[in-house]
Design a protein around this ligand. Structure first.
Ligand code: UT7
Length: 334
């Protein structure tokens, strides 16, 4: 009999240093007003020293501390990221060593801004089959390492963060990951990518000169598809599970642009009070946005056992998807 995977722990790590809109006004031709009204972002975090594995390890350590759990208990670490420390070894291996998870294996998963949604569904399969009991799913990205700070349309969007969840099998079928819908459409690859450094365009003087080691985005093209894709998939998962807007307690959206989030909430007919939001303080942290929301809202005591959550994301690939979760942790009293 398959078990249900339930989230039993959360944690996050954000670097101390802030990169505010006022700082960006000094770097590129932009204004605080433009950034706030077009994206909803006021500031983001920037990791000066260290790599994505440090963001992820920080998040997992926070989770383990809150759970009073040893790293040696972890069976599997799945890392969603598009800014791995290096091509190989996998960031999962680097993290395993950094946190001392001696008994865990792990791997990286690349699905850009949908990375966490894809990784959470993947992790859930290992739990539901009964293969593993303690699976860490971590989303971490050091986006500032691939951001071109002369590209004003994109450098204002991204920040650095890591956040992690623990999945365990649930005794009852009442709580946990109930359902999911995932998509990809490779024809969207040309609008959001990083072309340099892979086997198609190995690193060379030319790839550096052409700025191919930075994120490229045709923002307008991506916006048009993201606004429809994220709203549609969120609505679709509600319908598939017979949920009305009254039944949904929280939308946990990928934080790319406040206008995309608003359009998604509108399509679901959800009041803004039911939408998790922290884009104003962190910007787009790619794979970390959704678990960072969950970790913060849990910590603030806003997540209650039995609540219905819809997680949804849209990103490079194109990739997009939604997950329906029945929250299974007791209200945090910290
Ligand atoms: O997370 C993965 C998926 N990614 C996304 O979901 C991001 C999707 N895209 C977006 O969020 C938006 O397209 C952006 C925030 C990137 C851009 O917003 P926009 O409303 O689509 O702006 P735009 O690109 O249409 O540009 C409007 C104007 C242009 O000027 P003109 O041509 O109208 O004179 C831009 O040059 O705004 C100008 N502009 C800026 N002005 C001030 C572009 N960037 C800036 C800037 N400051 N930083």
């Amino acid at each position: 009999m398959p078990k249900r995977a339930v989230i039993t722990g959360v944690g996050h790590y954000v670097p101390e240093e802030k990169l505010t809109n006022a700082d960006l006004e000094k770097m590129v031709d932009t204004t605080d007003e433009w950034i706030r009204t077009r994206t909803g972002i006021r500031e983001r975090r920037i990791l000066r020293d260290g790599a994505t594995s440090d963001l992820a390890a920080g998040a997992i350590k926070d989770l383990l501390k809150k759970k009073k759990m040893s790293a040696e208990e972890i069976d599997l670490i799945i890392v969603a990221t598009v800014t791995p420390d290096m091509f190989f070894p996998a960031t999962a291996c680097v993290i395993q060593e950094k946190i001392g998870a001696k008994n865990a294996w792990g791997f990286d998963l690349s699905a850009a801004c949908s990375g966490f949604v894809f990784a959470l569904v993947t992790g859930a399969q290992f739990v539901q089959t009964g293969a593993y009991k303690k699976v860490i799913v971590v989303g971490a990205d050091k986006m500032t390492s691939i951001t071109d700070y002369t590209d004003r349309a994109n450098c204002i969007l991204f920040g650095d963060a890591g956040a992690a969840l623990l999945l365990e099998p649930s005794e009852s079928k009442e709580y946990g990951i109930v359902d999911y819908i995932l998509h990809c459409d490779g024809s969207g690859g040309q609008y959001l990518n990083m072309l340099g450094g892979g086997s198609l365009n190995p690193a060379s003087h030319e790839t550096v000169e052409k700025k191919m080691h930075y994120l490229y985005q045709d923002g307008k093209a991506v916006f048009k598809v993201a606004v429809v894709g994220m709203a549609d998939v969120s609505y679709e998962i509600m319908k598939k599970n017979n949920l009305t807007s009254n039944d949904v307690d929280w939308l946990v959206p990928h934080q790319a642009n406040k206008r995309i989030i608003d359009a998604t909430a509108n399509r679901m007919e959800l009041d803004s009070s039911k939408v998790m939001l922290n884009i104003d303080r962190y910007g787009n942290t790619t794979a970390a946005t959704i678990p960072l929301c969950l970790s913060e809202y849990y910590q603030n005591g806003q997540l209650k056992k039995g609540q219905n959550l819809v997680l949804s994301a849209f990103g490079a690939g194109y990739t997009w998807g939604a997950i329906y979760i029945k929250w299974g942790m007791e209200n945090c009293q910290d």
